[in-house]
Design a protein around this ligand. Structure first.
Ligand code: ADP
Ligand code: MG
Length: 251
C-alpha cells in the first residue's frame, strides 16, 4: 500500500503536549510529552502500571485527559468539536486480545467497519479485506471463523481489520503479550512489514530485541512521566538508572 503514510497535515502525525490524567486520586499521566513523525515507529516501554496503555488510549480518545493537548493528523483529539469518526478512521488500534467477533468469518470481521462506519460498498470492502489479509499473510483464511485460527493468526487478522480502514497511524498495545512465544514472531514480522511500507506506528511492547531493531524513537515511561526519550540507542546505553534497571543492564 503506498497511501498509508500519506498524511496531508505535515510531518508530525501524533503529538502529546504536557498531558495530565488521573483516575480519581491516582495520577497516571504526569505531564507526558512526545511526538511521532510521519513514517516513524515509536516504541513505548516501561513497567506495568507506568501509564503506557493510558497514553495510547488517550491518542484514540478512548480516554479523556485532564489537561494538556493531543494532536493527531492535525486534529485536536480532546476538542469537544472533534469529529470522532474521522479520528477513528485515521487511527488504527490493536490490543493484546484480538477482539474479533467469534460469530463472524474473518472476511465479515474485516468488512464490518468499512461498510457500517465508512459507507464503503460491500464489493469494495471485500476487495480491501483481501488486500489487507494478503498484507498479513492470511489470504487463505478469509472464510474461516476466528476459533479456527491460531492466536498468532487471530492477531494478524485483527491487524488486517485495522489496515482495511486505511489508517494513517497504527497503535499497538502489547499485541504479542497474550501469545505463546512461538507465535509472537509471525505477528512481529507483520509489524516489521508495515514499518518497511512506511506506516506511522506507536507501539507499546515488552519485546526489547524487537524494539531495538524497529524503533526510530523510544519512550521510557516511569510513574506517569516520560523518563527517557531517544533513539533505539537508549535501549543499549540508557542514561538513567531507572531505565538501566528496567532493562536489567545495571548502571
Ligand atoms: P501500563 O499500560 O503501563 O501497564 P496503564 O496505563 O494500564 O499502565 O495503567 C496505569 C495505572 O492506571 C495503573 O495503576 C492502572 O491500575 C490505572 N488504571 C488504568 N486504567 C484505569 C481505569 N479505567 N480506572 C482506574 N485506574 C486505572
Ligand atoms: Mg498496558
Amino acid at each position: 500500500m503506498s497511501d498509508i503514510a500519506n498524511v496531508a497535515t505535515g510531518a508530525t502525525v501524533v503529538a502529546l503536549t504536557n498531558v495530565h490524567k488521573s483516575f480519581g486520586p491516582l495520577k497516571v499521566l504526569d505531564g507526558v510529552t512526545f511526538d511521532v513523525a510521519r513514517g516513524d515507529v515509536l516504541c513505548i516501554i516501561g513497567r506495568s502500571g507506568s501509564g503506557k496503555s493510558t497514553a495510547l488510549r488517550c491518542i484514540d480518545r478512548f480516554e479523556t485527559i485532564d489537561s494538556g493537548e493531543i494532536v493527531v493528523c492535525g486534529r485536536k483529539v480532546h476538542d469537544p468539536a472533534l469529529d470522532l469518526r474521522a479520528l477513528r478512521q485515521d487511527v488504527g488500534i490493536v490490543f493484546q486480545s484480538y477482539n474479533l467477533f467469534p460469530h463472524l468469518t474473518i472476511e465479515e470481521n474485516i468488512t464490518l467497519a468499512p461498510t457500517c462506519v465508512k459507507g464503503t460498498s460491500k464489493a469494495e470492502a471485500r476487495e480491501q479485506a483481501r488486500a489487507a489479509l494478503a498484507q498479513v499473510g492470511l489470504s487463505d483464511k478469509i472464510q474461516h471463523y476466528p476459533e479456527q485460527l491460531s492466536g498468532g493468526q487471530q492477531q494478524r487478522a485483527a491487524i488486517a481489520r485495522s489496515l482495511a480502514m486505511r489508517p494513517k497511524v497504527m497503535l499497538f498495545d502489547e499485541v504479542t503479550s497474550a501469545l505463546d512465544p512461538e507465535l509472537t514472531g509471525e505477528v512481529l514480522k507483520v509489524i516489521e512489514g508495515l514499518a518497511a511500507d512506511g506506516m506511522t506506528m506507536v507501539m507499546v511492547t515488552h519485546e526489547m530485541g524487537f524494539a531495538r531493531s524497529i524503533a526510530d524513537r523510544v519512550v521510557f515511561m516511569h510513574r506517569g512521566k516520560v523518563h527517557e526519550h531517544g533513539t533505539a540507542a537508549v535501549l543499549t546505553t540508557p542514561t538513567t538508572p531507572e531505565l538501566a534497571q528496567f532493562l536489567g543492564t545495571g548502571l
